[in-house]
Write a protein that binds this ligand. Structure first.
Ligand SMILES: Cc1cc2nc3c(=O)[nH]c(=O)nc-3n(C[C@H](O)[C@H](O)[C@H](O)COP(=O)(O)OP(=O)(O)OC[C@H]3O[C@@H](n4cnc5c(N)ncnc54)[C@H](O)[C@@H]3O)c2cc1C
Length: 452
C-alpha cells in the first residue's frame, strides 16, 4: 500500500457533512494514531435525526428534540474543528474543498458524506406542489400545511369536498407507511377534539404505492401486516397506483382517477445529494458516487465517499440501501482506511454487517426483521423500534424530551407540538392556505429499511 505523503504537521482530514456518516467518521478519526486534525464542514449548525422527521411533521416532537448542535457534539474531540459552510465543489488536484462562502479548505484526506435528497422522477407538478420530508423546514412546512387546511375547512366546510382534508402520501416504503399512520392518528385522535365542528370522518389519508406491496425490503408477511393495520385504522391504501401529475388542488393517477387534495406528501424517491453531480466523479444508480472496495474514489486513494452519497456495493451486485447503518459503518471504515494509510498497513475492503430492518406503522404497530430470519410484528416490534430510535438520538436531554413526548402522547393521545410556524416565503404560505381560484393542470418507492 502506498503511504500517502502529508503536508507539514499532523495530517488534515476534511469531513463534508455532519449527518450519521460524517459524525461517525469524526468519532472514529478522533481515535486514529498518529493523531490527525479534522475539520467538519456542515451547512447547518445542527445534526438532524431524520428518522423522526415524520414525528416533527405530525406534532409529536419539537425541532430541538431531533436536532442537536454540531458544536456540542464535536467539542469533546480536541483536534476537531467545525465550520458552518456549504461545500460547492472539490479541486481534487489541489486537494482543496471549495465552499459557497468562497473559502477553500486544504486536505490530506477527504471524506465526503453530504447525504441524499428527494427524487421526483420528473413527474409533472411534484417538484412544485408536493411536500417532501428530508429536512427540518420540510417537516415544519408540512405540519403547518396540515393544520392550516383544518383551519380553512372549519371556516368554510365547502373546502372539504375540494380536498382540504385529504392527504395523499406517495410511496409505500417505510417513510410513506410511517407518515400515513402518524397522520391518521393526528387526525382521528387529536384534531378531532381541536375542531369539534368538523366531521372528522371527512379527513382522508390516501397512501399510493406503484408496486403491488408496501415495504419492499420486507418479508411478504410483514408487508401484509403493515397493509392490514393501515387499512384497519382507516388509511386508504392503494397499491399498483402510480402518480401521473400533481397540481396545487389535485393529483391524477396513471390509470385515470383524480383525487382532490392540497397536501401531497412525497415519500417515494431518494437520490444522491446534488453535490455528487458537481464533483466530476463517476456516478452510479441514483447519482451516487462510485467507490472502490475500500470506499475510496477510484484513482484518488485520499478521497472517500460514504453514506447516502456513496454507491457502495452490497456484495451481491447491487448497492447498499441509503439508510443509517450503512452510512455509519461506511464512515467508520473510511476513517480506519486513513489509519491504515498513516501506519503503512494494507487497506481492507468494506463489509456491511446487516443488523436487520424495521418500520413503524403507528401506535402499538411495527414490523422488525433480524438477519437471523426472526420476524416480529405488533406491540413487541413497536417497542423494539422505540428503544432503538431512542438510543440513536444524540444528547441525553433530547432523548429524555422525546421519551416524555412519547409517553405523554401514548397516555393522552395528545400531540402538543401542533403549532403553525411559517417557514416558507409568506407568498407561498398564503397560497398554500388559500383555495386556488381555478385548478391549473399540472413511482416507485424509497427502498428503505428502517433500522438506524
Ligand atoms: C424521513 C426520513 C426517515 C428516515 N428513517 C430512517 C430510519 O428509520 N432508519 C434508517 O436507518 N434510516 C432512515 N432514514 C435514512 C437515513 O436518515 C439516512 O440514510 C442517513 O441520514 C444517511 O446518513 P448520511 O450521513 O449519509 O446523510 P445525512 O444524515 O443526510 O447527512 C448529510 C449531511 O450533510 C450536510 N450537507 C449536505 N450538503 C452539504 C454541503 N454542500 N455542504 C455542507 N454540508 C452539507 C447535510 O446538512 C447533512 O447534515 C430516513 C431518512 C428520511 C429522510
Amino acid at each position: 500500500m502506498t503511504r500517502l505523503r502529508h503536508r507539514n504537521g499532523s495530517p488534515h482530514v476534511v469531513v463534508v457533512g455532519g449527518g450519521f456518516a460524517g459524525l461517525a467518521a469524526v468519532k472514529t478519526l478522533a481515535k486514529v494514531k498518529p493523531p490527525v486534525r479534522v475539520t467538519l464542514l456542515e451547512q447547518h449548525n445542527y445534526h438532524l435525526f431524520q428518522p423522526l422527521l415524520y414525528q416533527l411533521a405530525t406534532g409529536l416532537v419539537q425541532p430541538a428534540d431531533i436536532a442537536h448542535p454540531i458544536r456540542a457534539i464535536v467539542r469533546r474531540y480536541r483536534r476537531t474543528s467545525v465550520r458552518m459552510a456549504t461545500v460547492s465543489g472539490v479541486d481534487f488536484d489541489a486537494r482543496q474543498v471549495l465552499t459557497e462562502e468562497g473559502r477553500r479548505f486544504g486536505y490530506d484526506y477527504l471524506i465526503l458524506a453530504a447525504g441524499a435528497t428527494t427524487a421526483t422522477f420528473g413527474i409533472p407538478g411534484v417538484e412544485e406542489h408536493s411536500f417532501p420530508l428530508k429536512s427540518m423546514p420540510d417537516a415544519l412546512r408540512l405540519r403547518a400545511q396540515l393544520l392550516r387546511q383544518f383551519e380553512l375547512a372549519e371556516n368554510d366546510p365547502s373546502e372539504i369536498d375540494k380536498g382540504a382534508l385529504t392527504v395523499v402520501v406517495v410511496g409505500g416504503g417505510p417513510t410513506g407507511v410511517e407518515m400515513a399512520g402518524a397522520m391518521h392518528e393526528l387526525f382521528k385522535h387529536v384534531l378531532v377534539h381541536d375542531f369539534p365542528d368538523l366531521d372528522i370522518a371527512n379527513a382522508r389519508v390516501v397512501l399510493l404505492e406503484a408496486t403491488d406491496h408496501l415495504l419492499a425490503p420486507f418479508h411478504p408477511s410483514s408487508r401484509q401486516h403493515a397493509q392490514d393495520i393501515l387499512a384497519k385504522r382507516g388509511v386508504e391504501v392503494r397499491l399498483g397506483q402510480a402518480l401521473e401529475r400533481a397540481t396545487p388542488t389535485e393529483v391524477k393517477l396513471k390509470d385515470g382517477p383524480v383525487i382532490p387534495t392540497r397536501t401531497l406528501v412525497w415519500g417515494a424517491g431518494v437520490r444522491a445529494h446534488p453535490l455528487a453531480d458537481d464533483l466530476g466523479l463517476e456516478q452510479t444508480r441514483g447519482g451516487r458516487v462510485l467507490v472502490g472496495e475500500d470506499l475510496s474514489v477510484p484513482g484518488r486513494p485520499e478521497v472517500f465517499v460514504v453514506g447516502d452519497l456513496a454507491g457502495a456495493g452490497d456484495g451481491k451486485g447491487g448497492l447498499l440501501p441509503q439508510v443509517a447503518q450503512p452510512a455509519i459503518q461506511e464512515a467508520r471504515h473510511a476513517a480506519l482506511q486513513i489509519q491504515h494509510s498513516l501506519d503503512g498497513t494494507e487497506r481492507t475492503g468494506f463489509q456491511y454487517k446487516d443488523k436487520g430492518i424495521m418500520a413503524t406503522i403507528g401506535r402499538n404497530a411495527a414490523v422488525t426483521e433480524l438477519p437471523s430470519g426472526a420476524r416480529f410484528k405488533g406491540v413487541l416490534a413497536w417497542y423494539m423500534w422505540l428503544v432503538l430510535h431512542l438510543a440513536y438520538i444524540i444528547g441525553f436531554r433530547s432523548r429524555v424530551a422525546v421519551l416524555v413526548n412519547w409517553i405523554w402522547s401514548y397516555l393522552t393521545y395528545d400531540r402538543h407540538a401542533r403549532i403553525i410556524v411559517a417557514v416558507e416565503p409568506a407568498r407561498r404560505a398564503a397560497r398554500a392556505a388559500q383555495p386556488p381560484a381555478a385548478a391549473p393542470s399540472g413511482a416507485g418507492s424509497r427502498e428503505r429499511p428502517a433500522v438506524p
